[in-house]
Design a protein around this ligand. Structure first.
Ligand SMILES: Nc1ncnc2c1ncn2[C@@H]1O[C@H](COP(=O)(O)OP(=O)(O)O)[C@@H](O)[C@H]1O
Ligand SMILES: [Mg+2]
Length: 618
């Protein structure tokens, strides 16, 4: 599956259609709760602003029917000033409301992001095998952002809108039942218009989101792999592909915009039509009342009615938008909570045993394992890593060598058999504490952006500069680091992009030593390294392993020869085991591997930079 396809989880579209239900709200409340006082104030603010707004039509009616009708200029001036004051007050409340609701939303989201990230950090590697990075980032950023909108503009201000709606409808019914009937006629036009709009805007909105996700995933993958893109001269084709994705995104956006472009004018057409109808009917009523001498409607009431209608349409319109917002927020919160509900398969035991210093051995006992059910990767693997000894593992790519490391450090759990530490099953330890026993140098060295010193102090921030230099000396990286501008303070870019593979590996060795592990685990890289660096690395490995307990996936002859025992893995099984000489004598798999890699012409010569076991099977 490509990243592009993975960018949208299948549940993403599906759950977007669901309604906000009570259990989701209850979980969201947990994040609002610490700020409930401020949230309460925002509710009061929006209710107060709504209440003030509802008094406006009443004041206007009074100005017209009482002050103007009586020719009372002072009254007109006073009432107008009051009217203005109320508007200014309402605006002030609105400003305070906008600020405070955003404040509550931002704080709640800040906490939610912390929870999410803490949770993601605790997931086991199986989770990361299944979820592309892009999707996890989306949960923490854009999904949380959507929820924030829900707080900032959604739930609370809707309460204010509802108050205005109810107040205004009440005023209309109270002042003229007859004119309210006219309004009823508009509803059969408005309701279907709104529901059609909602259906299409929703569909197109989702479409836009999907296209954007695809576009992002495409960019992410191809920018991360820019060197490969350029090395294979793929820029042109790449661009053409991007052009297509970009076009799809544009079209989806334009459709969404079209829906909005039509909706609002159509709505205002309907509402203006309704106003015209009310003026028509109401005007007729006023004239008829005058002629008959028994007025049923005043000018003020007609004005109140028209003003109410205008106030009515605006909340209806925003409520429509908010229903959409609510839907996407529901979808987002479902995805967020699904992530929060993902329990890692590897959990600390209820009563963990403290990890003791290694006395005897790490032991694999009849270990079976499969990453994917039905595709066994390790079969009945048994061996010991006695304390103070180095065990080397050789075998073709895919034989299951790195998997041994994954199981020993409990990134995955064994399928069958057990791994024991001085006779105690690994699963009885706290995984975090267990991992502190090991320092693992993986095939692919991952350096973080920052400085060299920060990278070396990963496991132990309290190491002094002198200690770091000492460690660097042990791995032969001393002069290389000293030669960098800034030395230990030299900048490391993301993933250590400015260092050579060999340099990165030396730094990784130093980082592992800095952790002062009980067991050193090396997954030696097969990278092409110049002879000088190769010799440095060999010497570094030799020194690191001296007197230490080590498991080394070995490609370098020097490491292999020096190992106390060599395991030869083939298709998930340990097929041979013994010292270099013993295995050569055995004249089996090891001898074949050895001759393939080392005894090629000129015969009899050992190539120092040679590798063993890192190549695919012929
Ligand atoms: N995370 C994973 N998910 C599924 N299969 C995996 C995973 N990692 C490795 N494998 C598979 O397990 C087998 C052994 O892999 P590995 O232990 O990395 O081999 P080696 O280190 O000997 O080259 C390979 O077939 C590989 O494709
Ligand atoms: Mg490997």
């Amino acid at each position: 599956m490509s990243k592009v396809q993975q960018a949208l989880a299948p549940d993403e579209i599906q759950s977007a259609q669901r309604r906000l239900d009570f259990s989701l709200l209850r979980r969201l409340w947990k994040y609002i709760r610490p700020y409930r006082r401020a949230a309460g104030v925002t509710l009061l603010l929006t209710l107060a602003a709504g209440g003030l707004n509802v008094t406006l039509p009443l004041m206007a009616k009074r100005i017209i029917d009482v002050e103007i009708a009586r020719g009372n200029m002072t009254g007109v001036v006073h009432m107008s000033l009051l009217y203005l004051t109320v508007i200014v007050l309402a605006v002030g409340l609105d400003v305070a409301f906008n600020y405070l609701s955003a404040w509550v939303g931002q704080h709640a989201m800040h906490d939610l992001r912390l929870d999410l990230y803490r949770h993601v950090l605790g997931q086991d590697v199986v989770y990361f095998d299944r979820n592309p990075v892009g999707r996890i980032i989306t949960r923490l950023t854009s999904d949380v952002g959507t929820l924030n909108e829900l707080f900032a503009t959604g739930v609370v201000s809707t309460t204010g809108d509802m108050l205005v709606l109810l107040g205004v409808v009440g005023l209309m019914l109270y002042h003229s039942l007859y004119l309210s009937m006219v309004l009823l006629l508009v509803i059969p036009i408005m309701v279907p218009a709104i529901s059609i709009f909602r259906r299409y805007s929703r569909r197109w909105y989702l479409e836009t989101r999907r296209h954007l996700a695809t576009l992002n995933a495409y960019l992410q993958e191809n920018l991360a792999g820019i060197r490969t893109v350029q090395a294979f001269n793929r820029e042109g084709r790449n661009f053409a592909q991007f052009r297509l994705l970009n076009r799809d995104y544009r079209e989806a956006n334009i459709k969404t915009i079209l829906a909005f472009a039509m909706f609002f004018p159509v709505m205002s057409l309907v509402s203006s039509g309704a106003v015209a109808g009310v003026i028509w009917v109401g005007g007729g009523q006023i004239i008829a009342g005058r002629l008959s001498g028994a007025p049923t409607l005043t000018f003020g009431e007609l004005f109140l009615f028209i003003q109410c209608m205008q106030m009515l349409f605006s909340p209806i319109r925003t409520l429509t938008e908010k229903i959409n917002l609510l839907q996407s927020a529901t979808a987002s919160s479902e995805r967020i909570f699904k992530l929060l509900d993902t329990r890692p398969a590897i959990m600390p035991p209820v009563d963990p045993v403290p990890v003791p210093p290694l006395r005897e051995a790490v032991r694999f006992e009849h270990v079976d394992f499969a990453y994917v059910e039905g595709e066994p990767v390790l079969r009945d693997v048994s061996f010991d890593i006695p304390r103070g000894q180095t065990i080397a593992v050789v075998g073709a790519t895919g034989a299951g060598k790195s998997t041994l490391i994954n199981l020993m450090t409990r990134f995955y759990d064994v399928g069958g058999g057990r791994i024991l530490l001085d006779g105690v099953d690994l699963r009885r330890f706290d995984p975090g504490e267990l991992r502190r026993m090991f320092a693992v140098v993986l095939q692919e060295v991952f350096l973080f952006s920052g400085t060299i010193a920060e990278n070396l102090r990963l496991a132990n921030p309290s190491l002094s500069d002198a200690q770091l230099w000492d460690i660097l000396r042990q791995v032969n990286a001393h002069d290389f680091v000293a030669g960098l501008p800034g030395g230990l303070r030299a900048k490391v870019t993301e993933r250590g992009g400015t260092f050579s593979t060999g340099q990165k590996q030396l730094l990784a060795f130093a980082r592992a030593l800095a952790a002062d592990p009980q067991v050193l685990v090396l997954d030696e890289a097969t990278a092409n390294i110049d002879t000088e660096t190769e010799q440095r690395i060999q010497a570094a490995i030799r020194r690191m392993l001296a007197g230490r307990t080590g498991l080394v996936i070995a490609h370098r002859l020097s490491t292999i020869q020096r190992a106390d025992r060599i395991l030869v893995m083939h298709r998930g099984r340990v097929r041979e085991s013994g010292t270099h000489e013993e295995l050569l004598q055995l004249d089996g798999l090891y001898r074949r591997l050895f001759e393939l890699q080392y005894r090629q012409p000129p015969a009899g010569e050992v190539q120092p930079a040679g590798t063993l076991g890192g190549r695919p099977e012929p």
